[in-house]
Design a protein around this ligand. Sequence first.
Ligand SMILES: *Cc1c(COP(=O)(O)O)cnc(C)c1O
Length: 488
Amino acid sequence: MRNMQATQLLSELSSPGRRAARLPPCDVPEVPLEQLLPAELVSSAPPPLPELSEPDIIRHFINLSTKNMSVDTHFYPLGSCTMKYNPKRNERLASLPGLVDLHPHQVPELSQGMLELLYSMQQMLGEIAGLPAVSLQPAAGAQGEFTALLTASAYFRSRGETRTRVLFPASAHGTNPASAALAGFECVQLKGGSDGFVDLAELKTQLDSRTAVFMVTNPNTLGMFEKDIAEVARLVHEVGGLVYIDGANMNAICGITRPGDFGGDMMHYNVHKTFTGPHGAGGPGSGPIAVRDFLGPFLPGPMIERHQTANEPPVYRLVNPPHSIGRVRSFFGNVGILVRGYCYLRTLGPAGVRAMSENAVLNANYLLACLKDVLPVPQGNRCMHEFVASAKELKESRGISAMDVAKRLLDHGFHAPTVYFPLVVAEALMIEPTETESKETLDAFVEALRTIVRDDPTHLHQAPHSTPVSRPDDVRAARQPILRWNPS
Ligand SMILES: *Cc1c(COP(=O)(O)O)cnc(C)c1O
């Protein structure tokens, strides 16, 4: 359904003969199209392209761009996605000519500066993870998972072990089983612990010599730190398996605890989430992985090594790990995002990175405390960097769904939270404020939700009311089926 405020299409703005540019008359003989193209590609009428002036076109696209919500324009509490403000300083630094203009095929001897930067990034990520061997190649969290699982596969193969299964809890992000399946493993989903934590008894019944990897997000997607993570890791290691930590929620724990310290053998980062690469709408990601020493020889190559001899400046070289699984991405991954992450980590320093996580957790707990009377939060009174509210009661009593609440938030000037994930909470609204929001913004968000839950249900079912397009998916679902033959 298109609302009154809808932007007109370029074809609707078109006016015959209007032009954005005028070309000088052709001063060479014209070649008929038929001589250049196969006959079936040539039509007698010119294609119906919109005819527009330059201001028409510029206004059209600039206006479209303002219809978008972004972290630069709106509060964006999209749970699990860590939509924190991306400092403009990173953008300035990442666009320095020496960095942007460097050709990726430049020989190492002439790109020592970039190699030093990437090497330092490897070191910092290894330190934050507590896992020393780092590959920067994966271009997103999901590719990091896939790469780490291939690395685990190669490791087990080198030991003559056949391990076929990857286990994960019911609250896992969908990319976990998808990566495991792509890497050739059988996926086993554990039945949910009713309290949202990994159920140790259930884990024990599934662990055996077929177990390759147990994948777990910590803090988990309910925003809770897995209280038994050390015991989980002990049990997995006891059967010879590896523990994979999905690091998408690192924003809660950086500088406070480390995956390598609580039993993880491998993890991925989402540099675009935790370390401020601008993301959303499929923008470039960066999903480096960090693994234990004994897995390092299997990582993708090349990696960057630092060599220093007395009285000489350090030299950075590219080396292939001896049993490398090979490349998973050209060059060093999405270097532009790695550079932004590097600037961010250098700007904050170790104490600042810890403060980042502490404030992310503080903001989430403040919001949880203010919100839990408005929308119930089934998993309790405290959280890490995010929490999951539920519209289940609201739906049962007044027919208002999580989707209705999320859509109406757009009218109040807030991006919606993540909805219907994790699957273990009915009518889930997963809310992650991040550390970059002020108390005033969080208070305004609570007030908006307070208004929405009292709103007229019919009005809510039709929200949003202020956007050019209201509910595209619902319109598609309501459309007549296109195939209508009689089945008998
Ligand atoms: C975002 C996310 C991923 C996937 O990361 P991408 O960079 O989007 O591929 C995996 N797990 C969790 C928990 C996430 O939030």
